[in-house]
Write a protein that binds this ligand. Structure first.
Ligand SMILES: [Zn+2]
Length: 684
């Protein structure tokens, strides 16, 4: 699926005052009400059309020329907020960020019919348009003067219907946040229709200021439920006023999550979440946060839509706050400005039929998707507490130290807590049998699904304790007192949220303990990768998708060290060969930090191969190369210092480069520029 627009441009704050001056001083008066504001932007109205020619509109790296046609002012409520145009128009966009240049060219060529042009200033993209909706705030509006023209109402309605199908939070959320929380910040939203490509251009200065361009695509799925949407594929996302090598600054830091989940025996559940959020940089009047409202479940041969609805949001004084929950975003207006740096407690009451049992199986999973409200990655660093109640015979699992596991009436109850700041807390429950051992101070709990399989469990407890003891040797103490290893009734993958491992059923093959078998070595490798995530991606958190290699490439490389030292040197050599092959497939499509940006129309398999090639192959290849260059001792010291220095913090590649320099005495920034932020491949 296409990565959401906001997920790409996610983040937060501001250095674009040159744009702000033109808007004139905006009073810090009463913030407008959220719900009427949303209503006004959800149903903008059109004024009288006039003939226009040669009118020029501008964003920081974009220009729109309305060569000839008709235009009418667009109002939201009683304010004019932009214009709608039909006629002949020309559009030009410049990507001036050299890091994204390769993937701008790649996506334009493979994922659009635009012709990217390399210029001295960057990559230029050009298109024409027949219709343009241009909405703006914090910017001067163009003067519309000309002779009266026939009305544009029909064209406007059709245009709105089409662009309203984009699978992204509505534009009303952006404009409401701007008006309430950042009235001085510039915002431009432009929808271009009828050129070679249908395009969405957004310049958003409210949070992490960024400017971006995406194509609109019909769904690649056969599912009716997904085909009703248009999906955005990014051509360019340029941070403004921030080095793209630096992480986005969060608007809020989520520092504590307290979850109470009451599950039914069916699909329904009630969820109460109390969150502590800390505004960053400036007082906050409103909150924009990720929260999925639709969950899809396979029902026979089709997808079925399920809902997870936020019913009520209250603050610490019990005041009910106005909110709007649509698609995967929740907007909440606060009762009064929340001061910078001061914890703000919000309580979310949520319910719905969002307990999805894959293929009708006897388990459900609230996984690594936003099943409770979360800010973007750079804003997630929360301690966690859970209380989960599920009807028997389901057995619940939640991450962290077990405070209580009990049977109350016909319910199984579990309470857990984590005192270190994490992301990606998950809850799962189902027909499980479990057992646990304690090794090196860590409780390893293995749970098998549906069939009681003590031998499979014993093998996995053994492998897990071997891997943990190996990593403790050079990465430091295992980060959690308990690790849940949970069988997933499927094949071929593993996943590692905090203090948890989801692992598919082939790992539970009773013969997995026979280390001479290929399958057993594969299982050991997957285990070593997933357990490494507790260090890479969890102790060292990633602040954005751009730093995902700190999780995936580092876990993959550490797992290869385990294989080499504790299983088979021959297998380790084979793995290293695969890295070169996979990195070759990725080629120069994108640099590693933009692995998740790659887009090829109608070829999900190739897209995935390139992403894998960058994060799971080229990344480890770079680490292997650095390991060789600095030697075993310095490299292990480097990995250890990443854990101690960046432990329970956000990691960045800039920091990593600094720590490598400290461990080795050599400056590796040029190496990272070339091979990490650049698309070059190190030689053998
Ligand atoms: Zn992984």
């Amino acid at each position: 699926m296409v990565v959401g627009w906001r997920r790409l441009a996610s983040g937060v704050i501001l250095a674009v005052s040159f744009f702000l001056l033109a808007a004139g001083p905006l009073a810090a008066a009463e913030a407008p009400d959220l719900l009427p504001l949303l209503e006004a932007f959800d149903h903008p109205t059109l004024g009288e059309a006039v003939n226009v020619s040669g009118l020029r509109l501008q964003g920081p790296h974009a220009s729109f020329v309305l060569e000839s046609g008709r235009a009418a002012p667009v109002s939201a409520g009683d304010r004019i907020v932009g214009l709608f145009f039909e006629g002949r128009g020309a559009f030009e966009y410049l990507s001036a960020d050299p890091i994204e240049a390769p993937v701008v060219v790649f996506n334009a060529k493979k994922g659009s019919s635009l012709k990217p042009e390399k210029t001295a200033d960057g990559i230029r993209l050009q298109d024409s348009f027949k219709r343009l909706l241009w909405l703006t705030a914090g910017n001067p509006l163009p003067e519309l003067s000309g002779s009266p023209a026939p009305p544009l109402a029909d064209a406007f309605r059709k245009h709105r219907d089409k662009f309203g199908r984009i699978h992204a939070p509505p534009l009303s959320h952006d404009f409401a946040i701007q008006r309430i929380d950042a009235p001085d910040a510039p915002l431009i939203w432009a929808e271009l229709d009828g050129g070679r490509e249908d395009l969405l251009y957004v310049f958003d200065g409210t949070d992490d200021p960024a400017e971006g361009l995406a194509t609109l695509n019909s769904s690649e799925s056969n599912e009716t439920l997904l085909r009703r949407y248009l999906w955005l594929a990014p051509l360019s996302v340029q941070p403004i006023g921030r080095d793209p090598r630096d992480p986005p600054k969060p608007r809020f830091l989520l520092t504590d999550v307290d979850v109470r989940l009451q599950a039914s025996a069916g699909n329904d559940a009630k969820l109460t979440v109390v969150e502590t959020l800390v505004p960053q940089d400036r007082p906050a009047r409103a909150l924009r946060i990720d929260a999925d409202s639709i969950v899809y479940a396979q029902a026979g041969s089709n997808l079925e839509e399920r809902f997870e609805k936020v019913r009520r949001v209250t603050d610490e004084s019990g005041r009910v706050l106005p909110f709007d929950h649509r698609l995967d975003e929740l907007v909440v207006a606060l009762a009064e400005p929340a001061p910078v740096g001061q914890p703000l407690k919000l309580r979310f009451e949520i319910d719905g039929d969002f307990l999805v049992r894959p293929r009708g199986d006897s388990y459900w999973e609230l996984g690594i998707w936003p099943w409770f409200p979360v800010p973007p990655l750079s804003g997630q660093a929360y301690t966690f507490r859970s209380e989960v109640r599920v009807p028997e015979p389901f057995v619940p699992f939640a991450p962290g130290k077990t405070l209580r596991r009990a049977k109350e009436g016909a319910e199984n109850v579990l309470e857990t807590k984590i005192d270190t700041p994490i992301q990606f807390a998950v809850i799962l429950a189902g027909r499980y049998d479990m057992e646990e051992i304690e090794r090196d101070g860590v409780t390893i709990r293995v749970a098998t699904y549906a069939l009681d399989n003590p031998r499979g469990r014993k093998n996995l407890m053994q492998i897990a304790s071997e891997v943990i003891s190996y990593y403790q040797g050079f990465l430091g103490p295992f980060p959690f007192p308990e690790l849940n290893i949970l069988e997933i009734n499927d094949y071929g993958y593993g996943q590692a949220p905090p203090a948890t491992m989801f692992i598919t059923k082939e790992a539970f093959d009773p013969l997995a303990g026979d280390m001479s078998r290929y399958e057993a070595q594969e299982t050991a490798k997957i285990f070593a990768h997933e357990i490494a995530h507790q260090y890479w991606g969890i102790v060292v958190r990633i602040p954005s998708q751009e730093e995902q290699w700190l999780a995936e490439s580092f876990a993959e490389y550490c797992s290869s060290l385990f294989i080499r030292d504790r299983r088979s040197a021959a297998m380790a050599t084979k793995i290293a060969k695969q890295w070169r092959h996979g990195a070759g497939i990725a080629g120069d499509a994108a640099p590693i930090p933009l692995a998740n940006r790659v887009w090829i129309t109608d070829d999900a398999r190739k897209r995935a191969a390139i992403r894998t090639g960058l994060l799971y192959d080229k990344g480890p290849l770079l680490l292997a190369d650095l390991h060789k260059q600095v030697g075993d001792e310095a490299f292990r010291a480097f990995l250890r210092s990443c854990q101690t220095t960046l432990g329970w913090k956000f990691g960045t590649t800039k920091e990593i480069a600094r720590l490598l320099q400290a461990a080795s005495g050599r400056d590796f920034m040029p190496f990272f520029e070339k091979y990490y932020w650049g698309v070059e491949m190190p030689k053998d």
